[in-house]
Design a protein around this ligand. Structure first.
Ligand SMILES: Cc1ncc(COP(=O)(O)O)c(C=O)c1O
Length: 366
């Protein structure tokens, strides 16, 4: 029996193969490899798409978070509020600046709970990092109101949510500054590594352009200690090609999600909920069930691949043991980590594959 893949990037490639070959040939002929005009072109298109004034392309989403936080002036002695339930790179950005991540619990939508975030604010807090996990926008209006009342920054980690809408506005244009990942499996993914930053503040984006380029505006003159975090021309080109298809592909993911939401009917399975007034982009479709290993085994026996996002919440990662968190500190994030299962999710899943997923989940008996 053919497996229903968790993700198949090859099917998407077939749709853009000729464009990629032709446009990559242009990059190669012009030898515009590191930074350069193809990156600028993508930055303009991406800023426009996100309804933000400015965008910067960088080498990874992790660098995007790091540089965004540096541009806000976050440094040693500062605290940044981060959800316990996220990919750990949200916290890496804070740690790389020498600041301390303060982990808080999630809400019923699996995203940062604004009340928990506000309760964690101390005189050292400089920012809240709201993550749009699984492609679902977090509660940006409440987080923005809290941030502005406490005169701290709101950072959006939109690594999993390219194109998602919060009250008719694109994520990446609502917080003070936003970070995106273009890791290959993301909704907008490169053919290598990539990341991006969007903001409406010119001084921050100019600082990021310098920081990513060895702290330099003029070649061999370095105004500050910088990094080599430039995006490369080949990645910028494939991202620009893919950006033209992103809304269609996100529509395809929403169709898959609709099939699952309408078709899955099993009292052992809890389906994800969508925050009102948002349009998610379903980077992942995460269900929960008490004995998730049994569900994963059952799915495997029916030829359906599944995955975990994420089995260990950030506050319980070994890397952060020195911060002194223990089991029970973030009960909702911990419960999610032990009950979550991600079902196959990408726009090119066939109708037959989608119904095989639904049938497999519905025939699970615990
Ligand atoms: C929520 C979140 N933040 C940050 C990152 C880091 O991005 P990258 O892998 O491009 O460094 C990722 C993805 O890997 C992510 O899912």
């Amino acid at each position: 029996m053919e497996q229903v893949p968790f993700l198949n990037l090859g099917r998407q490639y077939q749709q853009i193969r000729e464009d990629v070959k032709r446009e990559w040939d242009d990059v190669l002929a012009k030898t515009a490899f590191a930074g350069g005009p193809f990156v600028t072109r993508f930055e303009e298109a991406f800023a426009h798409y996100c309804q933000a004034k400015y965008a910067a392309g960088v080498n990874t989403g992790t660098s995007a978070l790091h540089l965004a936080m540096l541009a806000l002036g976050i440094g040693p002695g500062d605290e940044v509020i981060v959800p316990g339930n996220t990919f750990v790179a949200t916290a890496w950005g804070v740690s790389y600046c020498g600041a301390t991540p303060v982990f808080v619990d999630c809400d019923e939508y699996y995203n940062l709970d604004p009340r928990a975030a506000e309760a964690a604010i101390t005189p050292k807090t400089r920012a809240i990092a709201g993550v749009h996990l699984y492609g679902q926008p977090c509660r940006l209006d409440e987080l923005k109101e809290i941030a502005s009342r406490h005169q701290i920054h709101l950072i959006e980690d939109a690594a999993q949510a390219h194109g998602a809408l919060f009250k008719d506005q694109r994520v990446g244009s609502i917080g003070d500054i936003s970070a995106f990942s273009f890791y290959p499996g993301k909704n907008l993914g490169a053919y290598g590594e990539g990341g991006g930053i969007t903001t409406n503040r010119k001084e921050w984006i100019d600082h990021i352009y310098r920081l990513r380029n060895h702290g330099s505006e003029e070649r061999y003159y370095h105004d500050e200690v910088g990094y080599n975090m430039r995006m490369d021309g080949l990645q910028a080109t494939v991202l620009e090609i893919k950006l033209r298809h992103l809304d269609n592909w996100n529509d395809g993911r929403r169709e898959v999600a609709k099939t699952y939401l309408e078709g899955i009917d099993n009292s052992l399975i809890t389906l994800p909920k969508v925050l009102p007034d948002t349009v998610p982009v379903w980077h992942l479709f995460v269900v929960t069930t008490p004995h998730r290993d049994r569900l994963m085994k059952h799915l495997q026996s029916r030829g359906v691949q599944s995955a975990l996002h994420y089995p260990v919440p950030c506050h319980l990662q070994k890397a952060y043991a020195s911060l002194g968190y223990s089991k029970g500190d973030l009960p909702k994030s911990e419960a999610l980590a032990s009950t979550c299962v991600s079902l196959p999710m990408f726009a090119e899943l066939t109708l037959e594959e989608r119904s095989r997923v639904v049938d497999a989940v519905n025939s699970y008996k615990g």
